[in-house]
Design a protein around this ligand. Sequence first.
Ligand code: CA
Length: 542
Amino acid sequence: MDNRFIRRMRRIIAVVLSAALITGMTGCGNKNMTQVSEKGADDEQELNIIDDNYRNYYEIFVYSFYDSDGDGTGDLNGVTEKLDYIHDMGFNGIWLMPVMQSTTYHKYDVVDYNSVDKEYGTLEDFERLVEEAHKLGIRVVIDFVINHTSSQHKWFTDACEYLRGLPDGEEPDAAQCPYVDYYHFSREKESGTYYQVSGSKWYYEGSFWSEMPDLDLSCDALKRELEATAKLWLDMGVDGFRMDAAMHFEENDKAFNTQVLNWLYEYCKGINEDFYMVSEVWANKATIEDYYASGTPSMFNFDVADAEGKIIKAARGNYKAANFVAAMAGYQTDYAAENEDYIDAPFITNHDMGRVANALMKDENDMKMACALLMMMNGSPFVYYGEEIGMSSSGKKDENKRLAFVWSDTDKTGMTNGPKDADKNIAFAFEGAEQQLEDPNSILNYYKSAIHLRNENPEIARGSIKIMEQLTKDNQAVITKTYEDSTIGIAYNTSDEKISIELSGTELENMDIRGYLSAGGESVTLSDGTLLMPPQSVCVLK
Ligand code: CA
C-alpha cells in the first residue's frame, strides 16, 4: 500500500468516525470533529483500543434481551444478532448471565454445567455467538455458578437417593456414591439454612434457598469436575468467568474462598493466559480488598454501586466530587496493596439492583452524570443492559429488575416477554433504543459518547490517579491519570452551576480539550487557560 492510499483510507475512516460521532452527539464534544474539517484527516483523534483485560463490559440477561425465533424468550442467537448494536455502543466485552441448563428463568441454579439451557439454544449457537463476538473484538465472559447447584442436579438427586437407602448408623461411602462429598450433608440441622433430605434423617445446606444446595468446594473430586467444565467452556472460546456469590463458598471464611478463586483462576490461566475473572463479593470496601489477595484480577466495586453507592450519590449531589475522586484514589492504593495487577470492576447497577432511573427519580441529567462518573473510572466498567436507554425497575421483586429490553417503541421485532412473574405495565420514562439512537440528546447517545471517549483515551482505564488538590473542592474536582508516558487531565463539575477552572500555572496549562460530556448539552470551552464547564459535566484534557 502506498502512502496516498493509506492517507485516503485514514480519511475515509475519519469521516465514518466523525459521522458516527455527530449522530451520537450534542451535549458531548470531541475535538476530532473540528480537526477533521479544519486540518484534514491526518490529525484525527483515533480510537486507541488496547487488546488487554481492561474492557468496557455490557451485562446481558439473555432471557430478556433479544428473541430471535419468536417464542417470547431471549436466546443466544438473539445476542448474536445484536452484537453490532453492542459493538457500535463501544463495548468490547459482554458478560452473559448464566447460560447453562437450569430450572429457573434466571438460571442461577444449574442442572447441567456442560450444556446450554434449552430455552437459550444449543452449544453450537453458543460457539457461533463467541466466534462472531471475537470477530468484532468483543470478549465473552459467562457466569460460572459454583457456590450451589439446582436441587434437581443429578449429583444432588443421586446423593439424596443414596442417603435414603443408607442403613441407620452407617457412614456414607464416597466409593459407592461420590456425590455425597459434593455437598454439605449432615445428620444435624446445623443451621437455619439446613434442609431435610426428604425420606431420610439427613440434612443439607442451602444458604440461598432450599432448592439451591451448597456445593462443598473442598471436595477434590468435585473440583476435578468443575475443572473439566471450565475447560469445556474455555475450549469453546469463552474469555472469562464471572464468579457468582464468591463470599458464600464457605460463609465467613475469606481464606477458604480466596483460595477457591485462586485455584480456578490458575487452572484457567493454564489453558488461556489471557483468561479473565471477575468476582461478586457483595460487601464493603475492606472486604473487597481482602478478596483481591486471592490474586485474581477483578472484584465488582460494590462501594460505588446501587442506589446508595458513591456514583448515584455523587450524580444527585449528595456526595461531593472532591470526595468521589478521593475515593477513586483510595481504590487505587488499597486494591493495589493486595494485588498490584488488579483491575477494578465498577458498575452502577446489576440484575440484583433497582435501575438507575429509579434511584435518580428519572432525572435524565442526573442519569447522564452517573454514566460520566462511571466511564471516567479506572478498570473495566460494567453496564447492565437497558441502563443505556434508562429502563425502569419496580420495587424489590427481582423479576422487575430484569424486564424485556425495549428495542423500539414502534417495531416489536425481537422484543421478549420478559420474566413471567414480573409486574405488568411498569412504566418506562424514556424511549426505546431505535428512537434514542436517532435523538442526539438521548441517554443512549450519551452512553455512546462516554464509551467513545474512553476508547480514545486508554489512560482513563489504566492511568495512575493524582488529585490536583488546588483545583479540587466540593463539586469541582481535577485529577490527572498517567499511563506509561502519557498523562491526561480529567475535570469534573457535578454541581448544577456553571464553573470556571483556571488551568494556567498548573501542569494542565498546555493541554487541550480531548473531549467532554455535559448532561444539559452545553459546551465545555477552554480559552486563555480558563476551562469553562457547564453544570454536570466532565472534560478530558491532554
Ligand atoms: Ca427465543
